[in-house]
Design a protein around this ligand. Sequence first.
Ligand code: B12
Length: 495
Amino acid sequence: MEILIINPNRIRPPVAPLALDSIGEALSSRGFRFRVVDLCGEDPSASQLPESRWQDLEAGGADAVLLTVRNIDDAYYFSQAPFLPQFRDLVQSLRERLARPVILGGCGFSIAPEAILGYLGADLGIAGAEERDLLRLLASLEDEDAYPEIPGLVWRDEDRIRSNPPSPPTMEEDFFSPRRTVDNASYFQAGGMVGLETKRGCDGLCRYCVDPVAKGSRVFAKPLAYLIREIETLVEQGVNVFHLCDSEFNMPRDHALAVCEAVEQAGLAERIRWFTYASPEGFDEALAFRMAAAGCAGINFGADHSHPAILAGFGRKHGAEDLRRTVEATRRAGLPVLFDLLLGGQGETRETLREAIEFCREIDVPRVGTNCGIRIYPGTALSREVLKQGPLKENPNLEGRLERNEDLLYPVFFVSHEMGPGWQAYLTGLVRDDARFLLPIKESEQANYNYNENEVLVKALRDGHRGAFWDILRRVQEGLPPLAVPGSGNQGVES
Ligand code: B12
């Protein structure tokens, strides 16, 4: 069977489509032939693909088309860019021109699989993060009677869309180590960010977060031997700076320590630099030092807020003291950090806004992302609460597409009305010209930390910077050179 895999993600700066490495490996392991068409370099704003691209897509013929949907929108209040309309046009054209079943999957798709399959007009989908479910589908593509038995499958049954619950992800098969489907070296050379999973799933209870919905709430760790082999493979390809793609690296803490130890023991700590997301809950100095010793070059903490009632409303378990301890621990370990704030949630007032910003100043957080307005994703506790409150457009706390959008596929944001009109100017005023604070506003140029269409970043990557985007913005702002990778004998990247 011939498979065509398409990456439709045109966001700039780009991230290498990690999913395709593991899907590709899963397909190869069962003898499927496939080819990849990556639309990453195409003009993000063009509604149609150029004809030359269609020639690529039509060239080899295919029995099925796989489309990976990573982002359904950019999740930023100040831009609110939806991507599904562009994907819908693509799916329609694919069905017309290739006349083959279009199968969807990916983190974005798995947020609301039935609704997205219906909206995009695709034939089939696999929700969740388990490659084996895709293999089961491909083995039974023609046999619709088998569909009810395939975990995570979404399919059309006459005029209905049906779905099976996804299976929890496992990481037991060696679908990861080879990393040969995606040209990671070219992505990296061109400034694309290369990712790495050390585990899948998230057992956090954050009421707004879609990760447990899309990835499952049980955590599966990648066997360390696979992880080490995978890192070595990437280093051999010339890729030595990564961003981890775990929801939170230190949940659970033992896993984080085990990964750090394995990286050090394999002699990789001096040859790579990596960035990650982590939780401030229980984060301590011992872990900070272990991470730094294993090549970690920066951490993005989901700090959210400092006010106890707002944190509790988000379902977070940490408090202001955890944040203070985290800053001290990472400072002693010499690790750059960003605290991501999630402002504008239930109960946010100007007073609590001020409190959060002042607290970050008081504990001297090196970098703070001041994200305000919370994207409400389908399937989350926050979405259930909001939908229970009645029609979207009558809810004073909501902004975005509030009509004909009950399935929340287009961006809708929770923005506490208690902040009052003009809160944007108030927030900007609180931040003033304090360079530690990044604002998700395009006009703020170097402080803009929306990673969609961020020209400051695109230029910095061209100039040789690599690593987490927030850290690159910091380096640009402070006039620092690109991150160095000591063991590589050079900067690790061409500049
Ligand atoms: C790490 C990360 C980042 C890093 C990327 C680092 C890197 N090198 O990859 C950074 C910080 C740069 C980042 C940026 C952004 N991110 Co991000 N990111 C993540 C995170 C934590 C991991 C992504 C990942 O690669 N996972 C691992 C891969 C293997 O998983 P996957 O792609 O889902 O693929 C699996 C399955 O879905 C399936 N699959 C995938 N494709 C297909 C196709 C078919 C046909 C099938 C059957 C199966 C299948 O197989 C894979 C194996 O399990 C996710 C949340 C998460 N836990 O996944 C958010 C997440 C994907 N990001 C999100 C967002 C919004 C963004 C930004 C748009 C934010 C912004 N405005 O700046 C940008 C977009 C960047 C871009 N160019 O695409 C959202 C997307 C939700 C949405 N709105 O649609 C998520 C879900 C976070 C969240 N909870 O809101 N991100």
